[in-house]
Design a protein around this ligand. Structure first.
Ligand SMILES: C[S@@+](CC[C@H](N)C(=O)[O-])C[C@H]1O[C@@H](n2cnc3c(N)ncnc32)[C@H](O)[C@@H]1O
Length: 311
């Protein structure tokens, strides 16, 4: 621990006191301190080094830049002393002038970021934004998911189901491929997801009871059904009154190769066809809209169709 008289000695120098006043308000680089204090780099660095040795400042490196900030003192008596010194000296003309300069520096920093975002407004949504991914957005939205019972119909290995299982009361996966069911069950077991059950079954004859599910999902599965209307009727049957159906499927397209490449039965559906399927099954509050469009050929577009089973 630094001796109290050492700290008093350090505070006895007006430049160091001005520096501490500034660093108490804001984390600053050496260059920024230079500008505010109008002093050369070596003088500033010498003072900073003393403050650093006395553990009065924090140091943070960012590439070649070094930032300093005031370090709150663990010794309450010392921290009290520092606060008193800051309070008493803040009205001095020199310190007030420094604070004015500080406001300019902070304004400049803000402007750099503001100008950048001004220049990309209207493009940010479409452009690359470091760290932003649909996967991370999915995880964020998942936090809003209530504790419900889900049925993932035509689940595959369960990309969506595994995510939902983190928050759901229970997730039932239904898929007609024994291999998918096996792989999905193994993954669930490995991750100890006890609220996730896989069942071999057809989306046109779902092996789940009537009125037992809060949310039914058909993600890229409906275009594999031989009778899509029957699959939608089945989703309606298993839903509790008030339950919701969410369908994600391709908008109708002309990419014939999808049949051999992805074993698709239907080349997607029009908005109206999906609407009519849900309406005929008995769903209410139906909403169908385009959720995304790929930017590469054949420009697949995904529709989201949602409906509620009346109570
Ligand atoms: C394109 S994958 C979609 C998987 C998952 N829903 C997703 O979004 O990642 C289609 C899945 O539906 C399953 N499937 C196809 N026809 C089915 C049917 N009639 N009944 C149940 N599952 C079916 C396939 O085995 C496959 O796992």
């Amino acid at each position: 621990m630094v001796e109290h008289c050492e700290i008093l000695k350090l505070l006895g120098d007006s430049t160091r006191l001005r520096m501490l006043q500034l660093l108490f308000k804001e984390e600053l680089s050496v260059a920024e301190l230079q500008k505010i204090l109008n002093m050369g780099q070596s003088r500033i660095s010498t003072h900073l080094s003393l403050l650093r040795q006395a553990e009065l400042v924090n140091v943070r490196k960012e590439g070649k830049k070094v930032f300093y900030s005031y370090r709150e003192q663990p010794d309450r008596a010392v921290e009290g002393l520092m606060q008193n010194v800051f309070a008493v000296t803040q009205s001095q003309a020199q310190v007030r002038a420094d604070f004015k300069h500080l406001v300019h520096i902070l304004d400049k920093r803000r402007k750099v970021s503001e100008e950048y975002f001004n220049s990309i407004a209207e493009r940010l949504g479409k452009n690359y934004c470091p760290g932003r991914s649909w996967e991370s957005i999915g995880h964020m939205l998942l936090q809003l998911t209530p504790n419900l019972v889900f049925a993932d119909l035509g689940s595959g290995e369960g990309v969506i189901a595994h995510l939902l299982a983190k928050k759901a009361k229970h997730v039932y996966c239904v898929d007609s491929s024994p291999k998918m069911v096996q792989v999905g069950s193994d993954i669930a077991k490995k991750h100890e997801l006890v609220n996730l059950t896989y069942q071999l079954g057809d989306i046109e004859s779902v092996p789940l009871s009537d009125n037992s599910i809060d949310v039914a999902i058909l993600s890229q599965a409906l275009h594999h059904a031989s009778r899509p209307q029957v699959a939608i009727n089945e989703a309606y049957r298993i839903l509790k009154p008030g339950g919701r159906l969410l369908v994600l499927d391709l908008k109708e397209h002309k990419f014939l190769k999808a049949k051999e490449l992805y074993a698709d039965r239907w080349l997607g559906f029009s908005e109206n066809t999906l609407y009519q399927y849900l309406k005929a099954a008995g769903f209410q509050q139906i909403d169908v809209y385009s959720a995304s469009k790929e930017t590469r050929e054949p420009f697949f577009e995904t529709l989201l169709a949602a409906g509620t089973k009346g109570s």
